[in-house]
Design a protein around this ligand. Structure first.
Ligand SMILES: Cc1cc2nc3c(=O)[nH]c(=O)nc-3n(C[C@H](O)[C@H](O)[C@H](O)COP(=O)(O)OP(=O)(O)OC[C@H]3O[C@@H](n4cnc5c(N)ncnc54)[C@H](O)[C@@H]3O)c2cc1C
Ligand code: FES
Ligand code: FES
Length: 1299
């Protein structure tokens, strides 16, 4: 090991040899930036989303077999891969050589939208199939637990993969297929599958040459050294020569904590190849794991054990502990050694303490190893670097000994524990009294705790219900002085675990049958129902055709901004941003940053040649702060360096001195301090005072919803390429509003728009978050590119993206409602507030949209509503899917819920009697024609079998104490077409080429919603040609100028109108020719047209309606929208009363999409929107740390969007049949995208029902206001009961501050 070796591995069958590898380099860096294999996506760099999943294979020479495992390339150090073969999505299939079944089925089942998660999904599934040819339903969900998708709602992904199952007819997919269900796989898709023989073959060299993995090696590069010993003696030799060398195992902790923070130790010693550390063995007394054993290896070993411990529970407890650590991608590489030797709190640390694990350590020079019992005092940081953890010995249970372990995450699947707990208990054989007990809890403090007084209380006592009661008090006493956020909840969880373990023990001892663990186990399934017109097959619109880019997306060939290869002399930009919520900037010192390696220059406000301020509501937001910052993350400057790592490292060296100013975060704070923007909006109808007086009952209340982060998978990115002449610039960016961006950049740089070409190929998810919030990134990068006259690229790191960009507005409404005892509503008075953040931005428009949003479903004769905007020190809130409508629906539905509970009346009956009817005029003067809401509602009631389900839920709640269910329906109305007329237009350009192929361009952006597919369908339909002859390359301001922003679910309407118009122009020009050659093919016609000098390029333009709406001049009337879309949902949910965990058992949706342009794509929008709404309603909470002034979430690692385990277990979607009222100019279709999100309100209402049922069982009657999001903590605390009561006086270190 004296001389450095070359690092050797294979990628997609090709050998790679690197002479001086820098040990800090990750696999993702190497794949994307050296090999230009950009199919592997970098979405979070936290190991928490799976977008970067690849398959690693190696030959196990001892077992003589090839081993395959999935891992996250963002958390894999390149040097760990010596002697392995890596398969990326490009190696699985390609558009040239054919797609793998896993890829082609994704396409057939419409399992992709923006596509940014897709390669990771493909790789997770591909790896599962390589290891498991007989998967069961749970295997699919498990394999995808580590992969997040923000668009699809997972259902089609799961179905696609299940359909790829080699089990064929016996596959779980083929069971329980409802009759009449549309089988998407029957759709006509080109035969794209590749032959098996094209699979990448495991390299023979790795199989025949054991030295790669069995010989100790050393790599040196970039000033760092990597040692990879293969025996303990070699390891100690390395350690003896390099005492400070730091051990690396799976690197899942050390990469995030040290290497990414520029604290890489000079010498790293990788121990995963040390044979002695890979030991797994067992006998009657103990189970032993070497420290380099991974969780997956442990799991396999434990699952295969036939020799059970006497009580049989240690193995189960270990399996339970491992099962819920992260996901496969992490478990496949993370080791037990790394887990115990890194600062937790980690799950198995608690279990180790519970079972009294013995850790064996040895240092270089130490002749014999020494042992330590894992106990409360164990501190991984107290060991010298020379100490190596060799193995972990787990004493087996003896007769009458039992071990239990449980973990309560915030979200089931791929999440850290809120609390975990373990119980060891020994029973006296004759008396069943308690002989010994150890109850340990983790994640309350930084290390797990052993609750000694619980043991004292328990020993000698009989196993009775009374003991359970008494121990609850002891647990509270033991933990109540802990310093922790959410302490009350955490203590209730500790008590809940004790309770659950104890009940399980009762079951094992056959003292009781009751099992209080977990929610009803069910796997996901779904069905979709829609009509496809068969009468006129020439219409490609109305057909469920797959996304036009789906082949390139599933193969990783689809190009996103950061996939564009590096330009010559390109620089990377990293922002220097405010670390304060509100402060004066006293000084900025760039000197240290400018000295850092790779740094070329910096930019600050002085470099902006033109206007500094921008903003949708007028120029108010500075591109770069000069003397004051008003929110955390506000850009102050930018550092330009050769690589992005250098730029990011140097940006941290810029010293900014501040003087703090008072900061406001919440709506309550802002109201109290009168920190409001001037803008407000009011609507009055009837006489509110009279209405209240005339009402038999009045009721007042407060309703609040929190902010929601977009968490689009592709981080905000831009690449600016100044050209050599005439100040021209190409801008590649993920923007929803290229024309708007072009205008701002022109103003920042004082360059005319005709020199700036903003190009958007596709966006990896946006949901409103890339409309305005992309301006600072692109603007500053453009200023930088202008300054240095070189290409500049900027890609936000995920934590910055989450913390510094705007979110959905947190909202608070105060209401007073007047009604009669029969349920008839008379009057509603509303005052509501939006948390707008530091600048008003889009907030006035969001507020305007909410006004009719709250007033459009129920007929209320006397109505008054006023909305205000709070000015706070958080990033300016912005557009997010629904644009205020989800909050509006949440408010109005919550009011209806309160009224129904007050009256003791069925919520459905109350809503039905107050809903507008066909022909009514709403509060904003719109006559409700083709009012399909009632049809959607009635169909949904029927589809969901509401009355029967409601009864079943009541029965379930009567029979179950620890689990409760709730069922609720929710309607939704959405408006299509923007209130101001000026925003309702679009342009298009259609070119026909000599071979007859057609290229279309329009102003809309493809961000996963299938827009380009629909546009191609329209063009093909008008021109009467097959879909494959139409292509759409990108959206570009040079092709279609001054487009409107893509949002409002109206993009297909206006751009569809424009594309249709352009195609009709061409068709018209061809018509004379067509008459003379009626039987000519399209190609012959085009040939003749060219010969006849017919112009085959046409622009199209479309503008909708003649009368807009001005909220400032409501008396003038007008149309606030073009048409309405409707939907209804019914959701059944189940909660665990003791932990607050919940799952959606069933959701039925009926939605009105008019005559859908593409029903399969629209179903995808409905499912994806609904699931995103479920996140808003339950798990996605945005909180601030007031001391640091920052948003606490920093990415998917701690901001919990729904995962595969959190979708409705039974998910049925129907598109309303014969839905009249669609947009006539665009094939009678209706918009989609945003509205389905609103239906997730049904989940919140159902949760409220479940909570009320739980409270009732605890003796608390009446209504309950469950906050939004209804997190497990809120649900648990709301359910109340004796455990919560015990925690009443517990003092919390700091309240969670939701914005
Ligand atoms: C996305 C993600 C999700 C996660 N989710 C969970 C979760 O749900 N529950 C949970 O409990 N944990 C979770 N973790 C943490 C995970 O369990 C640990 O990161 C992992 O176990 C570390 O193991 P490793 O082999 O990668 O350690 P490494 O990162 O290689 O090492 C960690 C530390 O231990 C030291 N070390 C390692 N082995 C030895 C040894 N033999 N002797 C001395 N020192 C040693 C190293 O020097 C280093 O300081 C998650 C981590 C990630 C990245
Ligand atoms: S990018 Fe690697 S897990 Fe998210
Ligand atoms: S398709 Fe999954 S994140 Fe967009």
């Amino acid at each position: 090991m004296e001389e450095p070796s070359a690092l050797v591995f294979f990628v997609n069958g090709k050998k790679v040899s690197i002479d001086n590898p820098d040990p800090r380099i990750t696999l993702i860096q190497y794949l994307r930036r050296t090999l230009y294999l950009t199919g592997t996506k970098e979405a979070c760099s936290q190991g928490a989303c799976g977008a970067c999943t690849v398959m690693v294979s190696y030959y196990n020479h001892h077992q003589r077999k090839i081993v395959h495992y999935s891992c996250n390339a963002c958390l894999t150090l390149l040097c760990t891969l010596h002697g392995t073969a890596i398969t990326t999505v490009e190696g699985v299939g390609s558009t040239r050589n054919g797609l793998h079944t896993v890829q082609s089925n994704l396409l057939k089942y419409y399992g992709l939208q923006c596509g940014f998660c897709t390669p990771g999904m493909v790789m997770a599934m591909y790896t599962m199939f390589r290891n498991n040819t007989r998967p069961e339903a749970d295997d699919f969900e498990r394999a995808l637990e580590g992969n997040l998708c923000r668009c699809t709602g997972y259902r089609p992904i799961l179905e696609a993969f299940k359909s790829s199952c080699p089990k064929g007819k016996s596959c779980c997919m083929n069971m329980d297929n409802d009759e009449g269900e549309m089988n998407m796989a029957d759709q006509d898709v080109d035969n794209v599958n590749k032959h098996e023989s094209q699979e990448v073959i495991f390299p023979n060299e790795l199989q025949t040459n054991p030295s790669y993995r069995q010989t100790s090696v050393k790599f040196a590069g970039g000033g760092y050294t990597w040692y990879r010993p293969t025996s303990l003696s070699d390891l100690f030799r390395v350690k003896a020569n390099n005492p400070e060398a730091v051990v690396v195992m799976g690197a899942q902790s050390i990469l995030g904590s040290n290497i990414r923070n520029n604290k890489t130790p000079k010498d790293l010693v990788s121990c995963t190849g040390v044979l002695e550390l890979k030991v797994m063995k067992q006998d009657e007394n103990e189970i032993v794991f070497g420290s380099a054993v991974t969780f997956s290896e442990m799991e396999q070993f434990l699952s295969s054990l036939t020799l059970k411990d006497a009580g049989g529970t240690l193995v189960d407890a270990l399996l339970e502990g491992i099962r819920w650590i992260a996901a496969d991608q992490v478990r496949n590489v993370a080791t037990i050694g790394g887990h115990l030797m890194s600062t937790g709190p980690h799950d198995l640390q608690t279990l180790m303490m519970t079972c009294g694990a013995i850790l064996t350590f040895q240092s270089a020079g130490e002749k014999t190893p020494h042992t330590i019992k894992y106990s409360e005092g164990f501190d991984p940081n107290s060991f010298s670097p020379s100490s190596i953890l060799i193995s972990v010995r787990l004493p087996r249970n003896q007769k009458n000994e039992f071990i239990f372990f449980g973990k309560q995450p915030f979200r089931r699947g791929m999440d850290y524990a809120v609390v975990n707990a373990g119980l060891f208990i020994k029973i006296e054989e004759q008396s069943s009294g308690i002989k010994d007990m150890r109850f340990c809890v983790g994640n309350i403090e930084s290390k797990p705790r052993y609750l000694e007084n619980v043991t004292k209380k328990a020993i000698g006592s009989p196993c009775t219900e009374q003991l359970l009661e008494d121990i609850g008090d002891v647990i509270v006493q033991e933990l109540k002085n802990s310093r922790a956020k959410q302490l009350k909840y955490k203590i209730t969880l500790a008590c809940a675990f004790f309770f659950k373990f104890y009940k399980r023990l009762f079951k094992l001892l056959q003292l009781s049958e009751e099992d209080t663990f977990g929610l009803t186990p069910v796997h996901s399934s779904g069905a979709q129902f829609y009509d496809v017109p068969t009468d006129d097959n020439s219409h490609i619109v109305w057909q469920p055709v797959p996304h036009v880019s789906s082949k390139s997306i599933t193969t990783g060939e689809a190009v996103y901004v950061d996939d564009i290869p590096e330009y010559k002399k390109e620089l990377s930009l990293a922002l220097v941003s405010s670390s304060r919520a509100h402060a004066k900037i006293l000084s900025v010192d760039f000197s240290a940053a400018l000295e850092a390696p790779g740094v070329e220059d910096f930019v600050d406000y002085r470099d902006v040649p033109g206007e500094m301020l921008y903003g949708e509501s007028g120029p108010e937001t500075p591109l770069l702060a000069d003397n004051e910052v008003t929110h955390f993350g506000q850009p102050i400057a930018g550092i330009l360096a050769k690589t992005r790592e250098e730029a990011r490292a140097a940006a941290k060296l810029v010293k900014v001195e501040y003087e703090n100013l008072p900061a406001v975060f919440t709506i309550d704070d802002a109201i109290e301090k009168n920190s409001l923007f001037e803008f407000s909006n009011s609507t009055e109808q009837g006489n509110i005072e009279q209405g209240m007086t005339e009402s038999e009952v009045t009721l007042e209340g407060v309703i609040e919803t929190g902010a929601q982060e977009h968490l689009y998978m592709e981080p905000c990115s831009a690449l600016i390429c100044p050209k050599k002449e005439d100040k021209e610039m190409d801008i590649f960016v993920g923007s929803q509003d290229p024309s708007g961006l072009q205008k701002w950049i022109g103003q920042f740089l004082l360059i005319p728009c005709n020199r700036i070409n903003v190009k958007v190929k596709r966006i990896g998810g946006a949901f409103g978050g890339k409309a305005v919030d992309i301006i600072p990134l692109t603007g500053i990068a453009s200023v930088a590119a202008w300054k240095v006259n070189r290409p500049v690229r900027c890609v936000f790191q995920r934590d910055y993206d989450v913390r510094a960009t705007g979110k959905r507005h947190g909202t608070k409404a105060f209401y007073k409602v007047g009604f009669n005892k029969d349920g008839k509503l008379n009057a509603l008075s509303l005052q509501f507030y939006l948390n707008a953040g530091a600048f008003s931005g889009l907030s006035p428009l969001v507020l305007n949209q909410m006004m009719p949003g709250m007033a459009s479903i129920y007929k209320i004769p006397h109505y008054s509503s006023t909305g205000h905007l709070c000015k706070t020190n958080i990033p300016s809130s912005t557009a997010m899917r629904g644009f205020g409508m989800p909050q509006a629906h949440f408010i109005i539905q919550s009011i209806m819920f309160d009224v129904s509970k007050h009256l003791g009346m069925s919520l459905n009956r109350l809503r039905e009697m107050n809903t507008f009817r066909e022909g009514d005029t709403d509060m904003y003067g719109k006559v409700l024609s083709d009012f399909n809401l009632i049809r959607c509602w009635e169909d949904c009631k029927k589809q969901s079998n509401f009355n029967t389900v409601e009864k079943e839920v009541t029965d379930f709640n009567r029979d179950n104490k620890w689990r409760k269910r709730g069922v609720a329906m929710s309607p939704c109305i959405f408006f299509f077409g923007y209130p101001p007329l000026s925003a309702n237009y679009a342009g298009a350009l259609v070119n026909v080429y000599k071979d007859g192929s057609v290229l279309i361009s329009h102003g809309g952006i493809e961000m996963g919603q299938g827009l380009h597919t629909k546009m191609c369908q329209i063009a093909a339909t008008v021109l009467g040609i097959p879909l494959h002859q139409v292509h759409l390359c990108e959206t570009s301001t040079h092709s279609v100028p001054h487009s409107t922003e893509s949002g409002g679910s109206f993009v297909a309407d206006i751009n569809g109108g424009a594309v249709k118009n352009a195609c009709e122009v061409i068709k018209e020009r061809l018509s004379v020719l067509k008459e003379t050659m009626p039987n000519a093919s399209w190609t012959e016609l085009i040939n003749a047209a060219i010969f006849s000098r017919i112009n085959l390029s046409a622009t199209g333009f479309y503008k909708s309606r003649d009368k807009g709406y001005n909220f400032k001049k409501q008396e003038e009337g007008g149309d606030y929208c073009l048409y309405h879309g409707y939907g209804a949902a019914c959701t059944v949910t189940e909660i665990d009363v003791l932990t607050g965990e919940n799952q959606i058992l069933k959701t039925d949706i009926v939605f009105d999409v008019g005559k859908s342009l593409n029903p399969a794509i629209d179903v995808g929008q409905i499912e994806g929107g609904f699931v995103q709404g479920c996140g808003m309603m339950t798990s996605e909470q945005v909180t601030v740390n007031p001391e640091a002034g920052l948003i606490e979430a920093c990415g998917p690692i701690n901001y919990k969007i729904p995962g595969i385990r959190n979708i409705p277990k039974d998910f049925k979607v129907t598109l309303l049949k014969e839905a009249a009222g669609g947009h006539k100019e665009v094939y009678s279709s209706k918009g989609i995208g945003e509205p389905p999100l609103l239906l997730a309100v049904s989940l919140h209402l159902a949760l409220r029902e479940a909570v009320i049922a739980a409270r009732k069982a605890n003796g608390l009657s009446g209504n309950y206001r469950l906050e939004c999001p209804a997190t497990p903590e809120r649900i648990r605390m709301a359910c109340a009961g004796p455990i919560v009561e015990k925690c009443r006086d517990v003092k919390e270190e700091r309240k969670v501050i939701q914005v």
